[in-house]
Design a protein around this ligand. Structure first.
Ligand code: NAD
Length: 429
């Protein structure tokens, strides 16, 4: 089947490549000329494990191509997926101007029946607007359907998440769109839930909000654990064994970040407000998350006495392991707060340094964890990259000015760190 993926970012490039992998003809479109140039030259513009190989394989098989022209993609394809960004505005509302622009261009390029599918995370009722805009701008034909197919992939394991998802959600308003979408996804063995468009749009926001709530919940519990002398890892284990709760997303840490959770809960709060509901629960989830990052800095201050003129090493910058994505990364808020208190920063991340440099030019970037540890007064582990688990901690300790280690993701064992004579703290332990 012929697929056009409009927006070739983390979601669009992975989804387009995976559609090609399951046998469809895919053209990925982006208005970022540099990105398309990189892809045409055979490289990929983001870090995502396994993606480079899969792109190469499907380009070689002539099932995957790239262009900057929406018209070209629209004319060739039956499915037009919209996977452009929906970043938050100042007030937390999502900025849907890219979606509108794409809908205009689709409308004016349509040359026959098309199924326009929202893949981006959008507020409920966006489908209605997409339909209206396409109708207003369509010149030759008004024969089309709009559908919603929210994406649940996670950066770092995106290919596996796309090809082996827990579920595929299809929001449709016609039998034809339903049948075609089921045919498109037929090679993927997963439960397929077919709903109306509004319910599909809401499933995405409700899911992300629920997962964010779980994280803020365990972070709140971690504070109580510290004050009560309990261990949040044990508490999470005990809770997680209850099948109604589950262990996933019960990892206490410095707070969540990334391009989805922080913006999606803010968007959901504003969507609810527009519908006349004050989503107080989510406002608290958001506030607890922000406080958790500031509490991390307060905790380090308690370990060091004063932060002014201290040199702090940051281990891990990306918002989570296995990605170079720095959007809304907790490291940014923690570093800014440390700098506000007068500290200077050294940092190491296995893949996110180039992106971090564009956001923070006033820190010292290091090429490995050991040069980062040299002469620092303390280390905060912010991102739990696997490679950090194998660090030579004795060597790290020798290099540091003071052996203060704040483990923001509970990667290390408390006893082991104390035996190594670190002044060590985790989160909620
Ligand atoms: P991204 O910024 O990586 O990609 C968006 C792409 O769209 C960019 O390459 C941009 O150049 C392109 N674009 C913007 N306007 C365009 C236009 N008018 N024409 C053509 N291309 C245009 O963003 P992303 O992380 O892929 O997220 C996309 C959407 O998917 C968002 O709504 C996000 O919330 C949602 N989502 C993201 C993830 C994730 O893990 N990143 C997971 C699920 C859902």
């Amino acid at each position: 089947m012929k697929v056009c993926m409009i927006g070739t970012g983390y979601v669009g490039l992975v989804s387009g490549t995976c559609f090609a992998e399951i046998g469809h003809d895919v053209v990925c479109v982006d208005n970022d000329e540099e990105k398309i140039k990189i892809l045409k030259e055979g490289s990929i513009p983001i870090y995502e494990p396994g993606l480079g190989t899969l792109v190469k394989k499907n380009v070689g098989a002539r099932r995957l191509s790239f262009t900057t022209s929406i018209r070209e993609g629209v004319e060739k394809s039956l499915f037009l997926f919209i996977a452009v960004g929906t970043p938050p505005k100042e007030d937390g509302e999502p900025d849907l101007s890219s979606i509108e622009k794409v809908a205009e261009e689709i409308g004016s390029a349509m040359n026959g029946y098309k199924i326009i599918v929202e893949k981006s995370t959008v507020p409920v009722q966006t489908g209605k607007w997409v339909k209206t805009v396409i109708e207003r701008f369509s010149k030759k034909t008004r024969d089309f359907d709009v559908a919603s197919n929210p994406e649940f992939l996670r950066e770092g394991s995106a290919i596996d998440d796309f090809l082996h998802p827990d579920r595929i959600v299809l929001g449709v308003e016609s039998r034809q769109a339903k049948e075609k979408l089921l045919e498109l996804y037929a090679p993927i063995d997963a439960p397929k839930i077919v709903t109306d468009i509004e319910s599909a749009e809401l499933i995405k926001h409700a899911s992300n909000s629920f997962l964010s709530t779980k994280i803020s919940f365990i972070n709140a519990i971690s504070i109580i654990c510290e004050r009560a002398g309990a261990d949040v890892l044990k508490v999470a284990e005990g809770m997680g064994l209850d099948k109604r709760i589950g262990r996933d997303f019960l990892n206490a840490g410095v707070g969540f970040g990334g391009f989805c959770f922080p913006k999606d809960i803010k968007a959901f709060i504003s969507i609810a407000a527009k519908l006349g509901y004050d989503f107080r629960l989510l406002r608290e989830v958001d506030a607890i998350n922000h406080e958790q990052m500031l509490l991390t800095v307060k905790k380090l201050e308690a370990m060091l006495w004063n932060l002014k003129d201290k040199k702090i090493g940051i281990l891990g910058l990306a918002f989570k392991p296995n990605t170079d994505d720095m959007r809304f990364a907790p490291s940014i808020i923690i570093i800014r707060e440390l700098q506000k208190q007068g500290a200077t920063i050294k940092a190491y991340d296995p893949v996110a340094i180039d992106r971090a440099k564009k956001i923070m030019s006033d820190i010292e970037y290091c090429t490995d964890p050991y040069s980062m540890a040299q002469d620092v007064d303390a280390i905060i582990l912010v991102t739990e990259w696997d490679e950090f688990r194998g660090l030579d901690l004795k060597r790290i300790k020798k290099l540091m000015r003071q052996p203060v280690f704040l483990d923001g993701r509970n990667v290390f064992d408390t006893k082991q760190m104390k035996d190594l004579e670190f002044i060590y703290a985790g989160i909620g332990r």
